[in-house]
Write a protein that binds this ligand. Structure first.
Ligand code: HEC
Ligand code: HEC
Length: 464
């Protein structure tokens, strides 16, 4: 039954797969084809399967449900790993002279309600969206917060009151949702009392009133239809230009294997939160085990590089310290994580072959620190009411949800599949490439990766 659904899907899209191969030099080819299950990307081909059958373009996901012409698929595009890339946004800007529904001033422009009356004004107003694919997430400082926003150094001079913050964030992929443990970068659509499916229904409604400026919430049926649709999607890199098809010669890459990957909240948790009691296995990724021992065909160099990258991801020791949310944190089971631990990439990216954290784990790995600010980001100065302490950050992260000082700069680690299709990375798009992601970790945690180890890690990440 399950198999048939997947096969039907493959049959529907065989044509599109062939077209994608042919169109590799022309990345525009599938830009507006929302049924595209395959699309060329920076290092090969990304592919989506829907375990519920063919894509139903009548699903409310694809329909403008609000007042500004936007649908979910305005920002969640199959060809870009169900998010948006700056290249694709710039193409839309050129084709529409900046009038496509993604260019709306409620959250597409740097400042709310920006002047967009002329083309040059639109180019300036939407620069964060055009340059890094960032959407403005505006959130009020929560009532009863432990801090106030003391000042903001705002490169756009929006003149917004200090009772709210504008945070410029990457659109998260609306696919592979079965592996989620928290919804949104800051987990704001999740709570201890709700399931992920409930969170997603709520999220869909909020997205409609927020991004699409609807005056009414979605009906329960519309929300259920959207959640049923998006939670049937599985997306992964299917073909790597050097290693070839990623599920050949014993490897388990690509979206079909992913759609069969078991997951439950707590699976493979490193600090003992797995409800089955099973111990943590740092080898969270096993997709490319079969490629570890070289066979001498023309793909073997690329394939063994991916296998070496997977081994580094699973086992390369990383000294993890000063990560708020992990170091010195005491968890529900009474375990306190020391100030310094030796871990791996999979200490944080522990969900097997998915790569997010299998329990809610907002972490501060330093990406929004003042020291990493780029001139296009605002810099907020927060003052702790009880002590007068000050902290500067480009995005307070989870603290804007909980009001807690300790939550400043905390974000969830996203699902690490279909990465090659959706640069740039991190919540603020600060890493333009997977190479820059690896460089960030090498610097932040002083790992001491050699150039070859970095290249192997990149080869692995882009094959996910
Ligand atoms: C204007 C662009 C835009 C539109 C339109 C939009 N989204 Fe999003 N979506 C985003 C951004 C930005 C985020 C991440 C924001 C954050 O975490 O702070 C996001 C996050 C999500 C997530 C969370 C995924 C995760 O890993 O936590 C889901 C699911 C999602 N959107 C589904 C939808 C649905 C369903 C709709 C239509 C009802 C929709 N989106 C409309 C921009 C958009
Ligand atoms: C201490 C926990 C931790 C460790 C160790 C860690 N990560 Fe992450 N990772 C995160 C968090 C948290 C994020 C999201 C951060 C953000 O955007 O603010 C993230 C984001 C990422 C992303 C970006 C995903 C996206 O969609 O933008 C990639 C890729 C990634 N990590 C790869 C790695 C690799 C490779 C390693 C090992 C060298 C590693 N991580 C080690 C916590 C960790």
């Amino acid at each position: 039954m399950f198999k048939t659904a997947v096969n039907a899907w493959v049959a529907v899209c065989a044509c599109s797969l062939i077209a994608s191969f042919a169109a590799q030099t022309n990345p525009q080819a599938h830009e507006d084809d929302t049924t595209a299950l395959t699309a060329p990307d920076a290092s090969g081909i990304v592919r989506t399967v829907n375990i519920n059958g063919p894509i139903d373009l009548n699903n409310p996901f694809f329909k403008p449900l609000g007042t500004n012409g936007r649908s979910c698929s305005t920002c969640h595009r199959p060809a870009q790993g169900w998010t948006i890339t700056p290249d694709s946004v710039r193409r839309r800007f050129q084709e529409s002279r900046g009038l496509d529904p993604i260019f709306r001033t409620n959250d597409g422009s740097n400042c709310a309600g920006a002047d967009v009356s002329t083309l040059p004004k639109r180019k300036a107003a939407f620069s964060m969206l055009l340059n890094k694919g960032l959407i403005r997430v505006g959130i009020d400082v929560p009532l009863g917060a432990e801090f106030v926003i003391e000042a903001v150094d705002d490169p756009y001079g929006c003149g917004a009151p200090l009772t709210a913050a504008s945070m410029y964030r990457r659109v998260l992929p609306s696919t592979n949702l079965r592996f989620l443990s928290a919804v949104m970068w800051d987990g704001r659509e999740s709570s201890a009392a709700t399931t992920i499916l409930e969170d997603l229904a709520h999220q869909a409604s909020d997205a409609t009133t927020g991004h699409s400026q609807a005056s009414l919430d979605l009906t329960a049926q519309e929300a259920a239809d959207i959640v049923a649709f998006e939670s049937g999607l599985f997306t992964a890199q299917a073909v790597d230009k050097d290693a070839g098809v990623l599920h050949r010669a014993g490897a388990l890459g690509g979206p079909t294997a992913l759609s069969q990957q078991p997951f439950f909240i707590g699976v493979n948790d490193p600090i003992g939160l797995n409800p089955t009691g099973a111990p943590f296995d740092s080898r969270a990724f096993t997709l490319f085990d079969a490629w570890a021992s070289p066979r001498h065909d023309d793909r073997y160099r690329a394939r063994t590089a991916i296998a070496r990258g997977q081994e580094l991801f699973n086992t390369k020791p990383i000294t993890i310290s000063r990560v708020a949310g992990l170091n010195n944190e005491t968890f529900a089971n009474g375990v306190t994580v020391p100030a310094t631990i030796t871990g791996t990439c999979t200490t944080c990216h522990d969900a097997p072959n998915a790569g997010d954290h299998s329990v809610k784990a907002p972490l501060n790995i330093g990406l929004s620190d003042a020291s990493r600010r780029t001139p296009d980001l605002p810099l907020y100065t927060l003052r702790r009411l009880s002590t007068g302490d000050m902290v500067q950050t480009t995005d307070p992260g989870r603290a804007m949800v909980t009001g807690k000082w300790a939550d400043i700069g905390k974000f969830k680690g996203p699902i690490l599949r279909g990465l090659a299709a959706r640069a740039p990375y991190f919540h603020n798009g600060s890493a333009a490439s997977l190479k820059e992601v690896v460089d960030f970790y090498d610097t932040r945690f002083g790992i001491g990766l050699t150039p070859r180890e970095k290249a192997d890690l990149v080869a692995f990440l882009r094959a996910l």
